[in-house]
Design a binder for this molecule. Structure first.
Ligand code: FAD
Length: 476
């Protein structure tokens, strides 16, 4: 035990558990409020943008939504330019992305929804490089946090115990511990060990799996897009997305819902690709040179830990990122929600320290988890509402509101094919730059109502992807 009131140094210290996206972004905001921030990471970090064991998902396509990109640039000014210098292709998510929705290809036209498509390895490495250059930040690599340290009466977290290589353990004391250790976070067990209730969990599982492979395309491929997405439409179970990344490489990620897991066998992988609603992805990769094995991933259930509901939480602890809420990745919200979580932590700390200039953090933990929950609510609603379209999804049944939203969205998705305005607003919502209520603005609502009354129902047979669109200058 450690009593943080017993004559500790006046310098303020924070510890972050986990050096992945949520941990790195949290560390950056912590440097505004603490003199020393230590990031404890189980892995050793690669010197170059390469795969590491603790982030197996980086073998799969990772899209940073426009809102996430905006926050990244806000936290690390100039980082977009660094990604571009490292070869990350720039991307207009409307004109450079071929999108096969419920009833056909969405229109392509220049938009303000811009970002970069790069490997998850490059993104994490670029952020980490910024923090390495920050003299308030220290990295402890190959260090696994094994428990939380608390004060004598367990009312406050005082640091973490870390197991280093060769079974050596060390304690790091801090005023604030931020758990960003991902989906498998041990905070529930660590809290129990010091006499607290663990948070309840809500798990909603559509049993979705990924299989991904990296490629170099044949030079002569006449392609005028940087990404193509054949969306998964319930009750259908298959979809896929391909995107260009740095180094002139492409990642193809196959998606299967309801346990229709995409295969890792080479011939079966190609066969699955051929079975999609549109031949575009198969045509793109059939002559391409594979650069990797086929990677599979199945841990995709939506998992929300309700820290916001705990009536007792020790002071000096904040849980963030996938450790609080891990989403089905197919909607691409994880990193952006982690970024929003970092901004929320910043806001809560700013408010706390303006009220307590002495650095007293009493009340921060519970207030932060409640604020974070508000941020998570919208992406959680979108993701789980979509996943509940499949009758095979476990963990909840669609509510009346879910069903109304699903029917409404089906109409929107039909209109998306012919209306650039609706496709633009839909993409803004998907990229978290606008709330879902934007899809209920009068101009869209009217078109939906008109469509319903004209009995232009969504096609029961989903589009087979004929009529692939070229980019155009469209103004509605
Ligand atoms: C297949 C897949 C595809 C995805 N695609 C997208 C996408 O397109 N867009 C998007 O925004 N998001 C995507 N995500 C989600 C995204 O990867 C996460 O939301 C994001 O990485 C934030 O996670 P995190 O930092 O909270 O946790 P993680 O990325 O899981 O990192 C946790 C870190 O903590 C370390 N760690 C764990 N335990 C300890 C310990 N005890 N001590 C020390 N260190 C520890 C781990 O080694 C790891 O580095 C995808 C996820 C998956 C699974």
């Amino acid at each position: 035990m450690f009593d943080s009131h017993s004559g500790a140094s006046t310098e303020k210290k924070a510890v972050v558990i986990g050096g992945s996206i949520a941990g790195l972004l949290a560390a950056q905001v912590l440097t505004k409020h603490f003199d020393h921030v230590t990031i404890v990471e189980r892995d050793r970090f690669p010197k170059q943008p390469e795969q590491r064991q603790g982030v197996p998902q980086s073998q799969h396509l990772h899209v940073l939504l426009t809102r996430g990109k905006q926050i990244l640039e806000q936290l690390f000014p100039g980082i977009e330019a660094e990604l571009a210098e490292s070869g990350a292709p720039s991307m207009d998510f409307i004109t450079d992305c071929a999108w096969l929705g419920i009833s056909g290809w969405a229109p392509r036209f220049p938009s303000d929804l811009r970002g970069y498509t790069c490997s998850r390895n490059l993104l994490e490495w670029t952020i980490r490089r910024r923090l390495v250059a920050n003299n308030r930040v220290a990295f402890m690599e190959a260090g696994q946090v094994t428990s939380l340290l608390s004060n004598a009466d367990n009312t406050s977290i005082a640091g973490v115990r870390v197991r280093l290589d060769k079974e050596v353990e060390t304690d790091i004391f801090a005023d604030l511990v931020v758990d960003a250790s991902g989906r498998n976070s041990r905070s529930p067990q660590w809290l129990q060990a010091i006499g607290y209730q663990p948070p309840q969990e809500t798990i909603i599982n559509s049993f979705l799996g990924y299989a991904s492979r990296w490629y170099e395309l044949a030079d002569e491929k006449p392609i005028d897009w940087n990404a193509a997405y054949v969306t998964t439409q319930a009750p259908g179970t298959r979809g896929a997305v391909i995107s260009k990344i740095e180094g002139n490489r492409w990642i193809l990620t196959l998606i299967g819902v309801a346990r229709d897991y995409p295969p890792t066998d080479e011939a079966e992988f190609l066969h699955f690709t051929q079975s999609l609603r549109s031949p575009i992805l198969y045509e793109t990769i059939k002559d391409a040179k594979p650069l990797s094995p086929i990677y599979a991933y199945k841990r995709t259930e939506n998992c929300l830990r309700h820290y916001e509901k705990l009536s007792k939480l020790p002071e000096g602890l904040a849980v963030i990122g996938d450790a609080v809420c891990a989403f089905n990745p197919v909607y691409g919200q994880g990193m952006t929600t982690a970024a929003l979580g970092a901004l929320t932590l910043d806001e809560c700390l700013t408010e706390q320290l303006s009220q307590h200039p002495d650095g007293n953090l009493i009340g921060l933990s519970r207030r932060f988890q409640k604020q974070l929950h508000k941020v998570i609510t919208v992406p959680w609603m979108i993701t789980t509402g979509e996943d509940l379209r499949w009758s095979t999804t476990e963990g909840a049944k669609p509510s009346l509101m879910n069903k109304i939203m699903q029917r409404y969205m089906e109409q929107v998705l039909v209109l998306q094919t012919t209306s650039p305005h609706i496709h633009h607003v839909f993409t803004e919502v998907m990229h978290m730059v606008k709330p879902p209520t934007a899809l209920f603005q009068p101009s869209i609502l009217m078109q939906v109502v008109k469509q319903v009354f004209n009995r232009h129902q969504p096609q029961q047979e989903f589009s087979n992807g004929q009529g692939f669109p070229s980019p155009a200058s469209v103004a509605e």
